[in-house]
Design a protein around this ligand. Structure first.
Ligand SMILES: Nc1nc2c(c(=O)[nH]1)N[C@H]1C(S)=C(S)[C@@H](COP(=O)(O)OP(=O)(O)OC[C@H]3O[C@@H](n4cnc5c(=O)[nH]c(N)nc54)[C@H](O)[C@@H]3O)O[C@H]1N2
Ligand SMILES: Nc1nc2c(c(=O)[nH]1)N[C@H]1C(S)=C(S)[C@@H](COP(=O)(O)OP(=O)(O)OC[C@H]3O[C@@H](n4cnc5c(=O)[nH]c(N)nc54)[C@H](O)[C@@H]3O)O[C@H]1N2
Ligand code: SF4
Ligand SMILES: [Mo]
Length: 653
């Protein structure tokens, strides 16, 4: 039997997949050939997904902690005991401190609308309890906010339209590792490709040209390119007159960034800036693929805001194959409000920011966080300021419940661990952020052991706590129907995927000058915000690993083998100045913390920059990863994270 499903992972491609089931066991998994973006292929990670599903390391039963927090020692208990203990502890905490002392901490382990992050599975239960809201600031929010200021929407081009582009800028993005399906459309286009990345990634290797600016200087580069375009009088006056607001002011801002100044800021040769500006000026349509990486900086929101102005000056927004693609997730017309049911909150509650977990657990009163539910997240591995996150999780008066598949670094700090279903075992609905398809995930097999889906876990907990709100007991199918009210759910279910229409971009006039930004306390005119880490040393970028997805797959033996040991890459000039040889054991440190790795000396990074990847588990790496060096500091817009705005000192060990 073949069952159509969807990859749940935090990846733009949201692949449609086909599970082969024999005698109730999933024996095969492959990409759906009929899906126009998946085109039959998954990826190096998810090709091993069934290995994960059947892994001996999988958590199959509820467990209670027996050792100290952090030791990772647990005993098996029944669901009845687990639910009983959680109900009792929660009841006591809510009575003494109020519902806001409870924090449902959602991660991006699954992007499912029913079981995962997009619908904050379990949120209805937490609303009835009056729990704190959870703001998912860790991934894309600064860029999303910046784009909304310029475009009125964060959704941009249909990535399939890249097949029509003549010039493609791969700007702060590495699709060969972090969402490779876009590459087929780029190949089909035959366009001239330019990678803009401080690191010569797998993507940059394949491009016609590579520019390696200093991290966090993209807004200045974009303004410099615009300076060249305007100097050539290549702006599209008609598009600007008919579709934009604030051109005269923005033009004055552009004039402040001549190529010589931009060369000094970005560390790029002035001729390269001029040449790329000229190429953009003379090539229609030009498409920009910018993804989340470049907004993990203090000026990250601003960078996306400026980038979205570029096709507004050249008129590319009006041409198929022109414009910018960051995320399509704003385009789906899904009824998430009906899913979340925030109206069930008994009163307004505070919001806790995902990226400021150390602060929330250690420095927040009124009320303090007393109960933490970690749902499809691994904050010890993924969050900034790892040392403080661990310190917070170690608090004896904190009651922590973790819903998981594997014994992650975070599980080691749980009081109760609940076994969660994996994708072939539950119903879900996905929407790519790198295409315009809704994707259906039909359950294919029974879960192993006593694993339960997130929705079922919270239905049972609600019942155990005697909650009477009927909305808490809606089935997964009910929830899907509510979410998909504006779409043909039966067709989606039968075909496995369904393309939605792309609304116009920009939504309304493009705002070179943004009232909305001003209302939020930011400059109405976009500009350049310099990097913000007050420290010195090299800038350490910790981008996507080819072999892990965030920390998911971080314990898969074959992927670990292929990834090799934890490495930090330095430019030969920097390595020589620091007395570090290729392959040497090193310590990477700053005021926040440190971690151990091995040096790789290579010119794939530019001078002044060091590069590693995210997703390693602390317990496999002497108790600390790169996240021990990263600050909880907010980026410019909406409290985004600043993972790549991170200065470190590297010494031989
Ligand atoms: N294999 C794999 N795929 C993934 C993930 C993974 O962990 N592994 N993670 C997933 C997730 S959660 C997300 S959000 C997406 C996002 O994935 P991406 O947007 O691709 O994010 P990153 O890998 O952090 O960064 C992309 C590139 O930006 C570069 N970069 C960093 N700072 C700057 C800068 O200041 N300017 C410029 N121009 N470039 C810069 C980095 O060197 C990197 O090559 O990918 C998803 N896909
Ligand atoms: N250094 C550095 N750190 C980063 C970043 C970076 O660029 N650099 N990027 C950040 C980004 S973009 C993101 S999105 C975050 C992501 O950070 P997290 O949200 O913590 O993502 P993961 O590390 O993949 O952990 C997800 C966990 O969810 C579990 N899981 C998966 N599906 C389910 C499910 O259906 N139910 C349950 N209960 N559990 C499930 C997985 O087993 C996994 O352990 O990491 C951030 N961390
Ligand atoms: S991780 Fe991305 S590329 Fe890999 S199967 Fe999932 S959606 Fe597709
Ligand atoms: Mo992310």
């Amino acid at each position: 039997m073949k069952v159509l499903g969807a990859c749940p992972l935090d990846c733009p491609d949201a692949c449609s997949w086909e599970v082969t089931v024999e005698d109730g066991v999933a024996v095969g998994l492959r990409g759906n050939k009929a899906h126009p973006v998946t085109r039959g292929a998954l990826c190096v990670k998810v090709n091993r997904y069934l290995e994960q599903v059947g892994s001996p390391g999988r958590i199959r039963f509820p467990m209670r902690r027996v050792g100290a927090k952090g030791q990772g020692r647990f005993e098996r208990i029944s669901w009845d005991e687990a639910l009983g203990e959680i109900a009792e502890r929660l009841g006591g905490i809510v009575e003494e401190y109020g519902g806001e002392a409870v924090w449902p901490f959602h991660g991006t382990g699954s992007l499912g609308y029913i079981q995962g992050a997009e619908g904050f599975a379990g949120r209805r239960f937490f609303n009835v309890l009056g729990a704190s809201r959870h703001d998912m600031t860790i991934c894309s929010i600064a860029g999303t906010t910046g784009l909304k200021y310029t475009l009125g929407t964060s959704g941009g081009m249909d990535p399939e339209d890249f097949a029509q582009s003549r010039l493609i800028l791969l700007w702060g993005t590495n699709p060969m590792s972090s969402g490779h399906h876009l590459w087929k459309f780029i190949q089909d286009s035959g366009a001239y490709t330019v990678a803009i990345d401080p690191v010569r990634t797998k993507t940059a290797e394949r491009c016609d040209e590579h520019l390696a600016p200093l991290p966090g200087t993209d807004a200045a580069l974009a303004l410099g390119l615009l300076h060249v375009i305007v100097s050539l009088d290549a702006q599209d006056e008609r598009y600007i007159a008919d579709n934009t607001v604030g051109w005269d002011e923005f033009r004055t801002r552009i004039a402040e960034y001549p190529p010589e100044r931009v060369a000094a800021i970005t560390g790029l040769p002035v001729e390269r800036i001029i040449a790329l500006g000229e190429r953009i000026a003379t090539t229609r349509p030009t498409a920009i693929r910018a993804s989340q990486g470049m907004q993990r900086h203090d000026g990250g929101g601003m960078a996306l805001r400026v980038l979205a102005c570029l096709p507004g000056v050249t008129g590319d927004w009006a041409i198929p194959g022109g414009g910018l693609h960051y995320s399509t997730s704003g385009h789906f017309r899904l009824r998430t409000d009906d899913l979340l049911r925030m109206d069930l909150l008994p009163h307004p509650v505070r919001t806790l920011s995902m990226t400021r977990m150390g602060e929330a657990l250690l420095d927040t009163d009124d009320p303090p966080v007393k109960a933490l539910f970690v749902i499809a997240a691994n904050p010890v591995g993924s969050n900034p300021d790892q040392r403080r996150v661990i310190e917070g999780l170690k608090r004896d008066d904190l009651f922590t419940v973790v819903l998981e598949h594997f014994s992650t670094d975070t599980v080691d700090y749980a009081d109760i661990v609940l076994p969660a279903t994996m994708q072939p075992e539950h119903l879900d609905v996905l929407a790519g952020y790198g295409h315009l398809y809704l994707v259906w995930n039909e359950p294919a097999v029974e879960p192993p052991g006593e694993c339960l889906s997130t929705t079922e876990t919270f239905r049972r907990l609600a019942q155990r706590m005697g909650m009477t709100e009927p909305a808490l007991y809606d089935s997964d199918e009910d929830l899907a129907r509510q979410l998909l009210k504006d779409h043909d759910m039966e067709r989606l279910r039968a075909d496995g995927f369904l393309k939605v229409d792309k609304p116009p971009v920009p939504a309304g006039a493009l705002q070179f000058v943004s009232e909305r930004a001003a209302q939020d306390g930011h400059g109405p005119l976009p500009g350049y915000t310099p990097p913000g880490d007050p420290g010195d040393g090299l800038v350490l970028i910790s981008a996507a690993s080819h072999y892990f997805l965030n920390s998911t797959f971080g314990s898969n033996p074959e992927l670990l083998r292929r990834a090799g040991e934890s490495r930090v890459t330095l430019h030969p000039d920097d390595a020589a100045a620091l007395g570090i040889a290729d392959g040497a054991p090193i310590l990477v440190a700053n005021s926040r913390g440190s971690f151990e790795a091995r040096a790789e000396v290579s010119d794939i990074v530019r001078p002044g920059v060091a590069a590693t990847t995210k997703g390693r588990w602390a317990k496999h790496n002497s108790g600390a990863t790169v996240n021990a060096t990263i600050a909880e500091r907010d980026s410019d817009y909406a409290g985004g994270a600043v993972f790549h705005d991170n200065r470190v000192h590297i010494t031989p060990r």
